[in-house]
Design a binder for this molecule. Structure first.
Ligand SMILES: [Zn+2]
Length: 429
C-alpha cells in the first residue's frame, strides 16, 4: 500500500514520519450511500490518534454523519466522498490536531487539562500548544479522551503492543513501563498532606504530570528545554545560554565529565561566556546545575548564586529555574523539595522576603505551564507560612525590603509589565 509523508507538504523522501495513503470505498446507494475508509486504523496508528478522531473530523468538516465499529475496524462517513478530498481533509486534521503548533513535528500526544483545554504535547520540542477549542472535534475529544495505553486503543487493539515505536502517548513499551513504575513512587499522600489534604483529582493529575515529565527527561529533551524561555532568540543551543546549560549538565553531579565543577569554576564559565550578570543565566544555572538533591546542592553552590543573583529580575529567573527543575525535570522535588530549596535560597540571602511572597501568590506561564506553576506554588506553602510567622515574630526589622527596587533599577531592567500579562492571581488554587 502506498505510503506518504504525514506532512504532505514535506517532499523529503527520507522524512521520518510516514503514514499509509488514505483509501476509500463507496458502499450502498441512494440515501444509504456511504464512504468506508478501510485503512483508517493504520493511518490513525501512524498519527498516534484513535481512528475515531480523523473520521469524526471528516464528518464535522463535511457536515456528514459518521459511524465507527472498531470490532470490525470499519470507519464510515455517510455520503459519497472521493479519496483526494478526504486526503485533503486529513491534512487539515493533521495540521490542527497532530502537528506541534510550534515546531510542526507530528510526535505529539493530546492532553486534556483539568480546565478542559486540549493541548498537543510535543515530544520533539517540549512545547504544549492548544487546539482550536471551537472546533466540533475538540468537543468530541473532550467527551472521548485519548486512551492512556495502547491496549486501550480500540482501533489499535488488533496490533497488540506492536506499535510501541510510534512515539505516541499510547505506546506501552519498556521505557514507558519503567517510567510509570518510577512515577508510582511519588508520595501522593505527602503531597496532599503538605497542601492541606483532600483533593483526589489533584494527586492523580500530579502523577500523570510526573510520568510525562519523566518521559521527557529520559528522552533527552532536557537540554533543549533548558533554555526555552522568555527570550525566543536565545533558545538556540549555540547561544551562550545554550552552551552554559550544556556545560552545566556535563559538569554537575553525574554529568558526562564525571566530576563536579566547583562554584568558582561555574562562575568562571558564566564570565567566560559573558553572561555572568544576566538574569537569564540564573535560570539556566538553576536548571542545569541542580538535580533531585537540589536542596543540598544549593548550599554547596551558594557562593555562585550569591554572586549572580543581583536584582529582583534575577530572583525571578532563579525561581523560574526552580519551577522548571521541580515542575518538569524532577517532579520528586514536589512537594518537599520545593520548600527546602526556597528555605536554602532564603538563608543564603538570594531571595527577598517580599519578592518570594508575591511570587507565591501569582501563577505565571512564563517558565512552565499554568498547572505546573500552580503545583510548585502549592508545594511552596509551608515555606511561605513559615515566612509569615517569622515576620510576625520580628515585625520591626525588615528594612531590606527597599533594596530590591533600587537594585532592579540599577540593573537597567525594562521590567515593568514585560511579563505582567502572563501572571494571574492564584485565586483558584
Ligand atoms: Zn514541537
Amino acid at each position: 500500500m502506498a505510503v506518504v509523508n504525514i506532512r504532505r507538504d514535506v517532499e523529503d523522501k527520507f522524512y521520518r514520519y510516514r503514514m499509509p495513503l488514505l483509501q476509500t470505498k463507496i458502499e450502498g446507494r441512494g440515501n444509504g450511500i456511504k464512504t468506508v475508509i478501510p485503512n483508517m486504523s493504520e493511518i490513525a496508528r501512524s498519527l498516534s490518534r484513535p481512528p475515531t478522531y480523523p473520521t469524526k473530523f471528516f464528518g464535522c468538516e463535511l457536515g456528514a454523519q459518521t459511524s465507527f465499529d472498531d470490532k470490525t475496524d470499519r470507519y464510515i462517513v455517510n455520503g459519497a466522498h472521493e479519496a483526494p478530498r478526504l486526503r485533503e481533509l486529513l491534512d487539515g486534521f493533521i495540521d490542527k490536531f497532530v502537528l506541534c503548533g510550534s515546531c510542526k513535528n507530528p510526535e505529539t500526544a493530546l492532553k486534556i487539562t483539568k480546565d478542559g483545554d486540549v493541548l498537543r504535547d510535543c515530544k520533539a520540542c517540549g512545547k504544549r500548544t492548544g487546539v482550536d477549542m471551537k472546533h466540533k472535534l475538540t468537543t468530541f475529544i473532550i467527551k472521548h479522551p485519548p486512551p492512556k495505553k495502547a491496549k486501550g486503543t480500540k482501533g489499535a487493539g488488533k496490533a497488540g503492543g506492536q506499535d510501541a515505536g510510534d512515539g505516541g502517548d499510547g505506546s506501552d513499551d519498556e521505557l514507558t513501563k519503567r517510567i510509570k513504575a518510577e512515577a508510582a513512587d511519588i508520595p501522593t499522600a505527602e503531597q496532599r498532606a503538605a497542601n492541606g489534604g483532600g483533593d483526589d483529582d489533584w494527586s492523580v493529575d500530579t502523577s500523570e504530570e510526573a510520568v510525562a515529565a519523566r518521559v521527557k527527561a529520559l528522552e533527552g529533551n532536557m537540554k533543549t528545554s533548558l533554555v526555552l524561555g522568555d527570550d525566543e532568540d536565545e533558545e538556540d543551543e549555540e547561544s551562550p545560554y545554550g552552551i552554559f546549560g550544556q556545560w552545566l549538565l556535563d559538569n554537575r553531579k553525574g554529568g558526562e565529565e564525571g566530576r563536579e565543577a566547583t562554584p568558582a569554576e561555574v562562575y568562571k564559565k558564566a564570565q567566560e561566556l559573558g553572561i555572568d550578570k544576566k538574569h537569564k543565566a540564573v535560570q539556566v544555572l538553576f536548571q542545569g546545575l541542580f538535580t533531585e538533591d537540589a536542596p543540598q546542592e544549593i548550599e554547596k553552590y551558594a557562593a555562585v548564586l550569591v554572586k549572580m543573583v543581583t536584582s529582583e529580575k534575577h530572583q525571578k529567573s532563579l525561581l523560574g529555574g526552580l519551577e522548571r527543575l521541580a515542575g518538569v525535570q524532577y517532579p520528586s522535588l514536589v512537594p518537599n523539595g520545593v520548600p527546602k530549596m526556597l528555605m536554602q535560597l532564603y538563608q543564603i540571602d538570594v531571595l527577598d522576603e517580599e519578592f518570594v511572597k508575591s511570587w507565591g501568590t501569582h501563577v505565571s506561564k512564563k517558565y512552565v505551564d499554568k498547572d505546573t506553576s500552580k503545583k510548585v506554588r502549592r508545594a511552596a506553602a509551608p515555606f511561605l507560612e513559615w515566612l509569615d510567622q517569622a515576620e510576625s515574630d520580628d515585625d520591626d526589622d525588615d528594612d531590606d525590603d527597599e533594596d530590591t527596587e533600587g537594585e532592579a533599577k540599577a540593573n537597567g531592567a525594562k521590567k515593568a509589565g514585560d511579563d505582567a500579562d502572563d501572571d494571574s492571581d492564584l485565586d483558584d488554587l
